[in-house]
Write a protein that binds this ligand. Structure first.
Ligand SMILES: Nc1ncnc2c1ncn2[C@@H]1O[C@H](COP(=O)(O)OP(=O)(O)OP(=O)(O)O)[C@@H](O)[C@H]1O
Length: 256
């Protein structure tokens, strides 16, 4: 569903070029919940944002659902992005629109009539369990509710892929669990492929089928959570597969 071929990113900075992501080869299958884990500055967000070309790779090719995004014209890319939803740590809702209007915003580019849009918004609010918050503004919603509205908006155009950039990092443990369980439900019900960036081991344990470990811009290893490897290369992978420590149990979340 997602294929990265030799994808890299070099930022031009005041101190000269800086390689945030070294050339990466990665294949993510349809229906996977695929994690990208690494410590702060490892290049996780940059890698994720290159999948929908929010960040243009310096080199390499990006394929989503068989289409090479890196070769598309701006107009073609706008169309292709409709099948790629995205959610963020800070939700990115419009504060001057109600929950329903935030979701409907994503449908403004669609060919649906006003009535069809309203119906779809209702369905989406139902899916995320917030029908009763339709006319509420984001400032009146909790963090978990804001993320649910952001998820509803991201799913509005029935994307095949959902990109999640630290979707639970601003949430407490219980809310994290409920948002992750919603993402799992969406993945199973609609076969949406989920690519999720996190620095939390527990998030990977809770939801991911596979995970890529990034260190200093380098993809160190890709691990299958249901088939623990005999040996691992990274400290993060060791933490991931070791039995839960006291710290994990008390805080619920281990950071890397
Ligand atoms: N626009 C930019 N210009 C220059 N350097 C950048 C830019 N964006 C990111 N970087 C640098 O690239 C590296 C990777 O950043 P990125 O945000 O992808 O890391 P991350 O793993 O997502 O980190 P975090 O978990 O802290 O968000 C960092 O060193 C960052 O400072």
């Amino acid at each position: 569903m997602i294929k990265l071929e030799n994808v890299s990113k070099i930022y031009q900075t005041a101190n000269g070029p800086f390689q945030a992501v070294a050339p990466v080869h990665l294949s993510i299958e349809k229906g996977d919940i695929f994690g990208i884990i690494g410590s702060s500055g490892a290049g996780k967000s940059t890698l994720l944002r290159m999948v929908n070309l929010l960040e243009r790779p310096t080199s390499g090719k990006v394929f989503v659902d068989g289409q090479e995004l890196t070769s598309l014209s701006p107009k073609e890319l706008r169309l292709a992005r409709r099948s790629i939803g995205m959610i963020f740590q800070q939700f990115h809702l419009f504060s001057n629109r109600t929950a329903a209007e935030n979701v409907e915003f994503a449908l403004e580019i669609s060919k649906l009539s006003k009535m069809e849009r309203r119906k779809r918004v209702k369905e989406l609010l139902h899916l995320v369990g917030l029908e009763d918050k339709a006319s509420v503004y984001p400032s009146q919603l909790s963090g978990g509710q804001k993320q649910r509205i952001a998820i509803a908006r991201a799913l509005a155009n029935r994307p095949k892929v959902l990109l999640c950039d630290e979707p639970t990092s601003a949430l407490d443990l219980q809310t994290t669990r409920s948002v992750l369980s919603l993402l799992r439900k969406i993945n199973q019900a609609y076969q949406v492929t989920i690519l999720l960036v996190t620095h939390e081991i527990e998030v990977v344990r809770e939801i991911c089928d596979k995970v890529a470990v990034l260190e200093n811009g380098h993809l160190v290893e890709v691990l299958n959570l249901s088939d623990p490897p005999v040996s691992v290369k990274s400290h993060i992978a060791r933490l991931l597969f070791e039995s839960r420590s006291e710290r994990d149990l008390s805080t619920g979340v281990a950071h890397v």
